[in-house]
Design a protein around this ligand. Structure first.
Ligand code: NDP
Length: 448
């Protein structure tokens, strides 16, 4: 009889857990994955993927407006939230099915229950049954963090934003990070009056200052309102169903919905980490070594629950590296240098490598190249919105250490350029590349 029920028991069928489980199974391991909600995880079910579909839906608002100067008349265009919401949710169902199928095809057993760790090699399911495994992988991801103050439970998070019964006429978005700026753009384009309320005066901490300023300027011109240095005091539901929000430094506001986009924290509650003594950090994150192993020999963790870089492609890499290391006999570490990222705001931002100020602090002498331009399409459309592309170079080596873009399709443009930064190419290499004309991306090889 086998020593354990499974070679690998994964908790959480999100991006990291699915990749780790199916690759481990392909290496011949007997694998089970426990998932209490839906297969696919935050990204597929209530994150990146449905968000991107809403982003596309929102973009039509501007495209339809811009179409006029291109000779198109679209009279009576109107937006129906219910149609988009239902179509997006239908596609999420399809993706949930595909992810389930992938696990089935790889002979990974899906256990649709919550699992708790009850021993270094044991988990207990919600129905009380106990299972054993040579290795346990925790890949439960994160959950939205909602600040604790009177009435904060009257707000929603990104989890619920995809299911709204109707579009709120007035929406307050709390936070100034990825989710706040993405949903602000989306709901503003759909016609909601959006106000971002942030505790500091810094939006998108970590991104280059010039891009953050540009996004703030463009968003303000579009009509998104901002309130900075505001700490929430209370939310009260009024007789007409609206919400009265009180905050420091600003007047009260009456809105129809409050969306909390105030960060995501590791989803470690009730996992049983204490039972086996898995070490955690200050935010509750599971501490792991470079091979994703915790301080308990048989327990590993990947993805947002480890709070390294909270991005799906990173979790996928970690899941792959775990499976390669533990079941493929190929010790693998994820390289966290130059991880590119994007914010699907309107317009989007994309960045890789060091910001200008980071580079100045770390390298001393840097050269910065910048192109501040109005994309051709915006010119003809009469849309007074400028893009900003910035390249940061190490002056001593000419090596490009950062690229920062804001403008239409910035994430699409950056993905290819990120290869060059990762590969350590120099400004001279970029200069030697003949432009594709006319494009926005050509700015990258034309900066002087
Ligand atoms: P972010 O960390 O991007 O932003 C959180 C915001 O909330 C910050 O402005 C932060 O302020 C503020 N905040 C944090 N705690 C509190 C608090 N207690 N009270 C009031 N304000 C607070 O988190 P998001 O929720 O926007 O997104 C979570 C993560 O999900 C991101 O970090 C990202 O990794 C990932 N994500 C990635 C996307 C993408 O790749 N396009 C899209 C969406 C999410 P301060 O700056 O002062 O800390």
């Amino acid at each position: 009889m086998a020593e354990f029920d499974y070679d690998l028991f994964t908790i959480g069928a999100g991006s990291g857990g699915v990749r780790a489980s199916r690759v481990a199974a392909a290496y011949g391991a007997k694998v089970a994955v426990a998932e209490e909600y839906r297969v696919g995880g935050t990204c597929v079910i209530r994150g990146c993927v449905p968000k991107k579909m809403l982003f596309y839906g929102a973009q039509f608002a501007e495209d339809l407006e811009d179409a006029k100067n291109f000779g198109w008349s679209i009279d009576g265009a109107k937006f129906d939230w219910n149609v988009l919401r239902d179509n997006v949710l239908k596609d999420v169902d399809r993706l949930n099915g595909l992810y389930t199928q992938t696990l089935d095809n790889n002979k990974v057993e899906i256990i649709r229950q919550r699992a708790t760790i009850t021993g270094p090699n044991e988990v207990t399911l919600a129905d009380g049954s106990k299972l054993t495994a040579r290795y346990i992988l925790v890949a439960v991801g994160g959950r939205p963090h909602v600040p604790d103050f009177p009435g904060s439970d009257l707000g929603i998070t990104s989890n619920e934003a995809f299911h709204l019964e109707s579009l709120p006429a007035r929406m307050l978005i709390a936070g100034g990070g990825y989710i706040a700026n993405e949903f602000a753009g989306i709901f503003h384009e759909f016609g909601s009056q959006v106000t971002i309320v942030n505790r500091s005066d810094v939006l998108l901490r970590g991104y280059d200052e010039s891009l953050r300023d540009r996004l703030l300027q463009i968003s303000t011109v579009k009509g998104i309102q901002f309130r900075f240095n505001a700490d929430f005091q209370s939310i009260t539901k009024q007789d007409d169903g609206s919400l009265l929000v009180s905050m420091s430094n600003h007047d009260d506001m009456v809105v129809d919905a409050v969306l909390f986009a105030t960060g995501r924290v590791p989803f470690v509650e009730g996992l049983g980490l204490d039972t086996v003594g898995v070490k955690q950090g200050k935010r509750g994150e599971i501490l792991v070594d470079e091979f994703n192993k915790t301080n308990v020999e048989s327990i590993y963790a990947v993805g947002d629950v480890t709070d390294r870089i909270q991005l799906t492609p990173v979790a996928i890499r970690e899941g792959q590296a775990f499976a390669d290391t533990v079941f493929g006999n190929k010790p693998s570490k994820v390289n966290y240098d130059c991880v590119a990222s994007a914010v699907f705001s309107h317009p989007p931002i994309a960045a890789v490598g060091m910001t200008e100020s980071e580079a100045r602090n770390k390298l001393g002498a840097v050269r910065v190249y910048q192109s501040d331009f109005r994309p051709m399409k915006n010119v003809l459309a009469g849309r007074n919105e400028r893009s900003l592309y910035k390249i940061v170079c190490d002056e001593s080596t000419d090596r490009i250490v950062g690229i920062h873009l804001i403008g239409p399709d910035a994430p699409e443009v950056l993905q290819a350029a990120a290869i060059a930064v990762k590969a350590g190419l120099t400004k001279a290499d970029f200069d030697a590349t003949v432009a594709i004309h006319p494009t926005m991306a050509e700015e990258l090889v034309l900066m002087k």
